[in-house]
Design a protein around this ligand. Structure first.
Ligand SMILES: *[C@@H]1O[C@H](CO)[C@@H](O)[C@H](O)[C@H]1NC(C)=O
Ligand SMILES: *[C@@H]1O[C@H](CO)[C@@H](O)[C@H](O)[C@H]1NC(C)=O
Ligand SMILES: *[C@@H]1O[C@H](CO)[C@@H](O)[C@H](O)[C@H]1NC(C)=O
Length: 375
């Protein structure tokens, strides 16, 4: 590795602070199960929005309670109180949660796929762990070894597998954190998109044909950004306009990249999912959404305030006292919060996002998630 360990760790810590949120979830008994009970093999690439334990397993970076408190009742290597959007998507087709590729003691044999996503990842710089490029390289190694060994995945398996990507949030957030102007951030977006196209093409060349790509969420609505950015230009719902405009610009580019790749990559299926609209709607209309728990309807409240953090209203975020630090405070009922730790979403919010993802209303083309089940 050409990169010094110190700068690598600094990068990891930096990204840890500026991580992202993405992912998805869904009601356990949705209509999209695999009727034949043959869920697809899934390979996932991305950042903290879909990291199911790589930061902990691969870097020994602890993610302690109260993370994981609401579903796993223990830390589960996820930056949330419970399941991520990816977990809910897996549950929707009755496949087990994806194991991090870097987790050597999970007991998983990776027959259902592997998760290459790591907290803090971005597309650039390209050769720094665990950029999208490095994650794809890890996958290509996994693939080569599998074919050599004849297991756990065969050539046909790689061809039939579903390849999921959720990345970009940290590229945008890191650019702003480096004091770039909106124009500078915007100018960098095509380079970021080129990395994603590059990743998809490498996976395609490795035999992959089915892709499921999430766009990025409204980064300007994160309590972390809201509490740290000075001279904010707030939109009508209280989010930072310039950050969200950059996310929208990235998303429009990603949508067009997907369109282009569909025509370039023969026999490919590429689903683009508009996570941004789902999350922005959730934040704008939080008090209209919620769920029934033990016959009580729990609605979301204060969508711009972290459940777990420090400092109280309006954002309950303090970079010096992140969620999990002894002095941090955590709200009683996570299902009423949208934001878990100021950067990542609560399980309840992830479940909401996943249910919308599974509705197909935010997808182009509008394919059901169980379209990718094996016959
Ligand atoms: C889900 O998977 C379990 C265990 O593999 C199986 O017993 C069950 O029948 C599956 N359910 C559906 C609806 O496919
Ligand atoms: C960004 O600018 C602010 C004030 O203009 C300065 O205090 C801060 O150190 C700068 N940060 C970086 C990473 O350059
Ligand atoms: C909020 O809900 C209203 C009414 O359903 C809808 O028209 C509007 O588009 C929603 N806002 C966002 C940002 O999605």
């Amino acid at each position: 590795m050409a990169v010094g360990r110190r700068s690598f760790l600094r990068g990891v810590l930096f990204s840890f602070l500026y991580i992202s949120l993405a992912a998805s979830s869904l009601p356990a008994h949705s209509q999209s199960q695999c009727s034949s009970a043959h869920p697809p093999v899934i390979f996932n690439f991305g950042d903290s929005n879909s990291d199911t334990g790589a930061l902990v397993a691969g870097l020994g970076f602890p993610i302690d309670l109260p993370n994981g408190r609401s579903f796993f009742h223990a830390s589960a290597g996820r930056l949330s109180d419970g399941r991520l959007v990816l977990d809910f998507l897996c549950q929707s087709i009755n496949t087990s949660f994806l194991t991090p590729y870097l987790d050597s003691l999970s007991g998983s044999t990776f027959t259902n796929g592997a998760n290459f996503a790591v907290v803090g990842s971005s597309t650039l710089p390209k050769f720094v762990p665990f950029s999208l490029h490095i994650q794809v390289m890890q996958f290509l190694h996994f693939r080569a070894r599998s074919l050599q060994l004849g297991k756990p995945i065969t050539q046909q398996g790689f061809h039939d597998a579903l390849y999921m990507i959720d990345i970009g949030q940290n590229d945008i957030a890191d650019s702003f954190a480096k004091n770039m102007s909106f124009t500078q951030v915007a100018e960098r977006i095509p380079t970021v998109l080129a990395q994603i196209e590059d990743g998809v093409k490498s996976l395609y060349d490795g035999g992959g044909r089915k892709f499921w790509i999430h766009n990025t969420g409204p980064v300007g609505c994160l309590p972390q950004k809201l509490s740290m950015v000075k001279d904010k230009d707030l939109d009508p719902i209280g989010c930072i306009s310039s950050y969200n405009r950059a996310a929208l610009l990235f998303n429009e580019g990603l949508r067009r990249s997907c369109e282009k790749m569909r025509s370039q990559l023969r026999d490919s299926t590429i689903v683009y999912v508009d996570i941004y609209s789902i999350k922005y709607d959730l934040i704008a209309n939080a008090t209209k959404y919620g769920k029934f728990l033990e016959r009580h309807e729990l609605r979301f409240a204060s969508p711009l305030m972290a459940c777990c953090g420090f400092g109280g209203p309006p954002y309950n975020y303090d970079i010096r006292v992140p969620c999990g630090q002894p002095a941090s405070e955590v709200c009683g009922v996570g299902s009423r919060s949208v934001s878990w730790d100021g950067i990542h979403y609560t399980e309840a919010a992830n479940e909401f996002v996943a249910s919308k993802v599974l509705s197909t209303a935010y997808s182009v083309p509008r394919l059901r998630f169980n379209f990718f089940c094996r016959s």
